[in-house]
Design a binder for this molecule. Structure first.
Ligand code: FAD
Ligand code: NAI
Length: 466
């Protein structure tokens, strides 16, 4: 098939969208190359995102449990001593192992890695460094980068004003950290440094944390983070930031305007969102434009407006999540190979890996109400035997179902293992489950997942353990 072109498929970007697309395309018998400008494969997720952040979250969770009483509660008396260099080393070890793993998978599946940043010459011709590569189909999977905050200059090397990449690598625990943005990154990385001893203040423009999540979850999350010692400045904006030596001074005020105050910190983390990577791709050479949010619009086969050019992952609309990018990677390769690639964008779980974890899938209660009458069942983790036994009383599960059909429209949870629990909700929704289906599914005891069953039972007002 690749007679007139060097390749059947050229994927640009080797993040979870791109590397998965390349591997699946090769598995389907297509001659495939993948261009990646970074030194290592795996994109944001493996290099500076999901994996290193989870490495620091996991390690700091142990430290926190030992330092702040959770272990003592269970009869284990220890005085932890932080070896931050070693904690960073295990983070780098995880990243190294996993990125090398993708390199191995490329070799195994005969995907050619074209090293360098790619730019379109025409729709089927791409320059990667000094090389020119042609392909029948090109998939743009260039991902996203940190959104800058005007007037606040990030300098990761200096370590005073940092973005998520800098915040993963701080050489010492800040005394005072200000996180600008109470979203996923701010809360995850803010949690890491709070657990290790920093005093953390979160400045969030909106009047609640975690936009996009269910309102009950957002309110409960705020209570929990406050209880853990984070200071939350909601409805607040940063109007200025200056750095002198190792101290940053932020000017903050109400989002609505009015008086301002100053906060000093030895570390400021800017985490106000991410934006798609399209600069330098030569989109103008193929007549491909981006929407108002800088994203590339695609149809359900991931085709852009330019013949032979498709796009997936963070660079297209939808949640900026690794598993969404991966699923799109598989689907786009299947479409290119003449098969049908399906991604159900209505059922994409989201997880915040704090303590406890915060997870959701499907519609929020407000969004579901807009569509019609609903029933809601809630169950507190305090009443779940496993969570109670494990000294993990915080959180709840909420199941939202259509009032008439009982079909589950959304599930939200805050629980120590909410990220694991949400998988069953996603699977149930994928199969079109009703709340009754979940309520009558036998769940192992004692597990946190029983709280999902009980919340489903609560939809009809009949939970047992409450
Ligand atoms: P990316 O992973 O961004 O990969 C794109 C790749 O393309 C990059 O390697 C880039 O170098 C390369 N590239 C860009 N332009 C070119 C070019 N012109 N030529 C060649 N190569 C190019 N998501 C989750 O689901 N779970 C999490 O726990 C999670 N944690 C995160 C933590 C942090 C701190 C951050 C920043 C993000 C996190 N995310 C998480 C989001 C997740 O990383 C992204 O949604 C995911 O990586 C997107 O995958 P992608 O393939 O679209 O793009
Ligand atoms: P985010 O969109 O989750 O949160 C950004 C927050 O900053 C929002 O609450 C927003 O209201 C606030 N904000 C925007 N401008 C502001 C300003 N000027 N001042 C104060 N607050 C402001 O974005 P975040 O946290 O940067 O993460 C980017 C993306 O990365 C996420 O949307 C998510 O898709 C992905 N991610 C996913 C993770 C996961 O799945 N566990 C972990 C980390 C990132």
């Amino acid at each position: 098939m690749a007679d007139t072109y060097d390749y059947d498929v050229l994927v640009i970007g080797a993040g979870p969208g791109g590397y998965v697309a390349a591997i699946r395309a090769a598995q389907l018998g297509l001659k495939t190359a993948c261009a990646e400008g970074r030194e290592t494969l795996g994109g944001t997720c493996l290099n500076v995102g999901c994996i290193p952040s989870k490495a620091m979250l996991h390690a700091s969770e142990y430290f926190d449990a030992a330092a702040n009483g959770a272990m003592e509660e269970m009869g284990i008396e220890v005085k932890p001593k932080l070896n931050l260099d070693k904690m960073h080393a295990q983070r780098l070890d995880a990243v190294g192992g996993l990125t090398k793993g993708i390199e191995f998978l490329f070799k195994k599946n005969k995907v050619d890695w074209k090293k360098g940043y790619a730019s379109f010459v025409d729709a089927h011709t791409v320059k990667v460094g000094d090389e020119t590569v042609t392909a029948r189909e090109v998939v743009i999977a260039t991902g996203s980068s940190v959104t800058p905050l005007p007037g606040v200059e990030v300098d990761n090397a200096k370590g005073v004003v940092v973005d998520s990449t800098g915040a993963l690598e701080l050489k010492s625990v800040p005394k005072k950290m200000v996180v600008v943005g109470g979203g996923v990154i701010g809360l995850e990385l803010g949690s890491v440094w709070r657990r290790l001893g920093a005093e953390v203040t979160v400045v969030e423009f909106l009047d609640q944390l975690l936009p996009g999540m269910d309102m009950d979850i957002r309110k409960e999350a705020a209570k929990i983070f406050k209880k853990q010692g984070m200071e939350l400045m909601l409805g607040t904006k940063v109007t200025d930031c200056s750095v002198k030596g190792k101290t940053a001074t932020l000017t903050v005020g109400s989002a609505a305007g009015g008086a301002t105050t100053e906060i000093k910190a030895d570390c400021v983390l800017v985490a106000i969102g991410r934006r798609p990577n399209t600069q330098g791709l030569g989109l103008e050479n193929i007549g491909l434009s981006v929407n108002q949010r800088g994203q590339i619009e695609v149809d359900h086969e991931f085709r852009t407006s330019v013949d032979g050019v498709r796009a997936i992952g963070d660079v297209v609309p939808g949640p900026m999540l690794a598993h969404k990018a991966e699923d799109e990677g598989i689907a786009v390769a299947e479409w290119i190979a003449g098969q049908t690639g399906i991604v159900n964008h209505d059922v994409i779980p989201g997880v915040v890996y704090t303590w406890p974890e915060i997870a959701g899938v499907g519609l929020t209660e407000d969004a579901a109400k807009e569509r019609g009458a609903i029933k809601v069942g809630k169950f507190p983790m305090m009443a779940n035997s496993r969570a109670k036994t494990n000294h993990e009383p915080d959180g709840f599960v909420k199941v939202i179902a259509d009032a008439e059909s009982d079909r589950v429209l959304g599930v939200w949870c805050i629980a120590s293992v909410a990220g694991t629990m949400i998988a069953q909700a996603a699977q149930a929704m994928e199969f079109g489950a009703t709340s009754e289906d979940i309520a009558y599914t036998c769940h192992a005891h004692p597990t946190h997942s029983e709280a999902i069953k009980e919340a489903a039972m609560a939809v009809t007002g009949k939970p047992i353990h409450m």
